[in-house]
Design a protein around this ligand. Structure first.
Ligand code: NAP
Length: 562
């Protein structure tokens, strides 16, 4: 298969006009939806279904929100401790990866003293928040979820600018946050606040099991799902009765601040949710090592997650819960009995959605030899049609990667991949015209690496996927499992026995069979619990699933004798 440079150029050319065109040219429906966009609430709920076939109203609402967000950029945003704004001596700029001339905001570089004060504020309010009746916390958290849905378009527009996420992915991230919180509220109610009568030794014995919060909980989030992976864990921690100190990734502090505003406006009391910005070493380290911190949820890379784990275990006086959600190197296996159209679409979406910067991205594709060429033809055709550009634009699928480090990493990886494999598609950075001031790279497909190549083990976190041809499903399964990670995995086959073989052997926390919407990506709260095995996670209790919320609670057995 030759390098499809021509097709790539064609795809890039196609992307150019789409980035300057605001919306579709159909005038009549636009007028109708423009007025709908001014209505207080959308006429639909954002779900997978509405995102799969987005309406004109959805697009117009996003564009109106984007206009508003653009008008308010460039502000200085404080740290929030105990409900009070705090401005530090040193600040940092938050610039868009779409165009680094776009200054989104100026943020505070927190210090160890700020960390100490945030933990103290959270500790001070813990007795009040934790002793509220659980159904009162449910009411406040449900209000937070509703506020997220009300503000979804503004938050999504800001997220597109800050992360480089396309509009549908950004809306999905925001609405997923609301649904995570709603799901945990439902769980709390379904379990009567986790207060459960136990067996009685006699009529005079009254025994019960009560789940109670721990205390101050730290939430550290990554850049790629800056709302769902902050609001999900923070929502669960708060609902359980813990108080929270939250540190967003330094690439995405603004979306993190929007989460602070949501909890504040929903009625979470001052100090129960604190927001602190700054680097991993200056803020993250003192935060996770603080003796008054009772529990930690970290979502991010394996390297940082494991370093936190080791440091905390080495320094803590007694054990504390540490929920780590880390990286992935997610395989897709395509059987000779697969529907190749579905497989090609699912692989394209999961390899290149959010520029391959999802922990669940499909970064390895194992295809059986008899269907290799047919699959590849369809997969490369879909890849060549991807629109690259400013992800706030309607038809753009692939935006920029997050920052200069990622952009340079892409170039370093490509040197290795060109040396050791065959680049079937892409492989270049884009620097001309509208791409000149952002971090744009091509979606890239690589073939011919030896199955034990380091880049088939290491998470690259970029729009690069590698294809390996296999002679049997057993061989594919062996390779699929021969990595440290175990987050998501996909399989395509119409043979029920093969599907069972996949489920029996695959080592991953989230698995999908025959999914066109995404081979390895796209879990939704209440539908697919999301958590990793092996190096991908410490507890393997998926977020948005039935065993997640109880991780933020500890059991007390209570016996009273008349
Ligand atoms: P990252 O570099 O590991 O950073 C994650 C968070 O940790 C950021 O807020 C970062 O702050 C903070 N941090 C860095 N050093 C720290 C330290 N010494 N102590 C405490 N906190 C520290 O990850 P990322 O690049 O933002 O996100 C991408 C990674 O997250 C990928 O590996 C991806 O697979 C993983 N991820 C996993 C899941 C999952 O559910 N399993 C979901 C999404 C992403 P700064 O930004 O200030 O450095």
């Amino acid at each position: 298969m030759p390098v499809k440079k021509k097709a790539m150029k064609k795809a890039a050319k196609k992307a150019t006009p789409s980035t300057t065109r605001k919306v579709s040219a159909r005038a009549a429906p636009r007028r109708r939806v423009a007025s709908l966009a001014e209505a207080p609430a959308p006429s639909f709920k954002i779900t997978y279904a509405t995102l799969a076939i987005p309406s004109d109203e959805l697009h117009i609402r996003y564009e109106v929100a984007l206009g508003k967000v653009r008008e308010s950029l460039g502000e200085t945003i404080p740290i929030m401790i105990g409900g009070q704004p705090r401005y530090t001596e040193r600040t940092f700029e938050d610039r868009s990866p779409i165009d680094t001339d776009w200054l989104l905001g100026i943020f505070q570089r927190g210090t160890p003293q700020d960390v100490h004060d945030a933990v103290a504020a959270a500790k001070a309010v813990f007795p009040v928040w934790s002793r509220l009746p659980w159904d009162e916390r449910v009411r406040i958290l449900r209000r937070a979820a509703d506020l997220i849905s009300e503000r979804a378009f503004e938050i999504a527009a800001l997220m597109s600018l800050e992360v480089g996420k396309n509009r549908l992915e950004a809306l999905g991230d925001v609405e997923e946050t609301a649904d995570l919180i709603r799901y945990y509220c439902d769980q709390m109610e379904a379990n009567d606040g986790y207060i459960r009568p136990m067996k009685q030794e006699s009529p005079k014995h009254h025994n019960r099991s009560v789940l109670k919060p721990y205390g101050v909980w730290v939430v550290i989030s990554p850049f790629n799902f800056p709302f769902a992976l902050a609001g999900g864990p923070a929502g669960a921690a708060l609902l359980a009765g813990n108080t929270v100190v939250f540190k967003p990734a330094s690439d995405t502090p603004y979306v993190g601040y929007k989460l602070y505003e949501i909890f504040r406006d929903a009625g979470v009391p001052d100090g129960a949710f604190n927001y602190i910005t700054g680097s991993g070493s200056e803020v993250g380290d003192p935060l996770v090592l603080h003796p008054d911190v009772a529990g930690i949820t970290f979502t991010g890379s394996y390297e940082v997650g494991m370093s936190i784990y080791r440091k905390v275990v080495a320094s803590t006086k007694y054990p504390k819960p540490i929920i780590l959600e880390m990286g992935g190197k997610n395989p897709v296996i395509i059987s000779r009995h697969a529907d190749l159209d579905r497989a090609a679409l699912g692989c394209m979406r999961s390899a290149f959605g959010l520029q391959g910067q999802k922990c669940s991205a499909a970064s390895r594709i194992y295809v059986e030899r008899p269907v290799r060429d047919a699959f590849l033809e369809k997969f490369l055709d879909l890849t060549s049609k991807i629109r690259i550009g400013d992800p706030t634009q309607r038809d753009v699928f692939l935006g920029p990667v997050i920052n200069r480090t990622a952009y340079e990493k892409f170039q370093r990886y490509m040197e290795i991949l060109r040396r050791d494999g065959v680049v079937l598609f892409g492989g270049n950075v884009l620097t001309d015209g509208e791409f000149a001031k952002g971090y744009f790279v091509e979606p890239t497909v690589v073939d011919g690496l030896p199955p034990d190549h380091p880049l088939l083990q290491e998470e690259m976190f970029l729009p690069i996927t590698c294809l390996v041809t296999v002679d049997s499903l057993e061989e594919a399964m062996r390779y699929a499992n021969a990595v440290d990670y175990g987050l998501t995995a996909g399989f395509y086959s119409n043979d029920p026995q093969e599907i069972q073989l996949f489920f029996d052997h695959i080592e991953a926390g989230v698995t999908y069979v025959n999914r066109a919407a995404g081979a390895t990506t796209g879990a939704w709260p209440g539908y697919q619990p999301f958590g990793g095995w092996k190096a991908s996670g410490s507890t393997s209790r998926g977020s948005g699933g039935p065993y997640y919320l109880i991780q933020y609670l500890r059991e007390q057995s209570q016996t009273v004798i008349d």
